[in-house]
Design a protein. Structure first.
Length: 74
């Protein structure tokens, strides 16, 4: 299996923190030296490990924002 390279370009915000200290975050990440995308996933303390996540283009993120703005989250 090929090695996956990534570079965190920017940490945009923490959504939650687990009891074990893992943080669920929105970050801008370049995967395999490609243009950065937006990424939501869990990270271990000190970023030594990561969980499964979802990667979004700018267009995906805009659509998600639109959907969230139209939801009744009360």
């Amino acid at each position: 299996m090929a090695e996956i390279k990534y570079e965190v370009k920017e940490s945009l915000g923490i959504l939650s923190v687990s009891a074990k200290g893992w943080t669920k975050e929105l970050r801008s990440i370049s995967w395999n030296n490609r243009e950065p995308k937006y990424d939501i996933r869990e990270w271990a303390p000190e970023d030594e490990m990561m969980g499964k996540g979802v990667t979004l283009s700018k267009e995906d993120l805009k659509k998600l924002k639109e959907i969230l703005m139209n939801m009744d989250l009360e």
